[in-house]
Design a protein around this ligand. Sequence first.
Ligand code: ZN
Length: 155
Amino acid sequence: MDDLRELYQEVILDHGKHPRNKRHPEHVTHAAHGNNPLCGDKVTIYLVIGERDRIEDVAFEGRGCAISTASASLMTEIVKGKTEAEARALFERFHAMCTDDSYVSAGDDEIDPESMDRLQVMAGIRQFPMRVKCATLPWHTLTAAMAGKEKASTE
Ligand code: ZN
């Protein structure tokens, strides 16, 4: 289990140091700013949503701690190509993973087992309640952007 934990930490560190999709796309259809006053994380999520509510492109900018940056980076990789509904469903499961001590993966019955597997690297955050909002901020901001809201806050 310790090896697994180390692997997870490596993935988070890698995404924190070399964030994916940290850029400003040209033809953004939806965008929102997120703020986590507890830690001082700020993130802007940019979306290009195409036909049938599909997320054709997603990127972010901002300044935040390693956890919020890693979570934003991982999220952009995971939700790209998904529909808005799929992204919302993933956030619901991810939120439970980060906050609910009784969370268990539904395994093969999971809505999107592959994405949930990738998100598993963040599950250790549950032991650090102060940092949960760092991990969920990009997702809160994503759902705000999809809903046409300009701002999201973890408060
Ligand atoms: Zn943070």
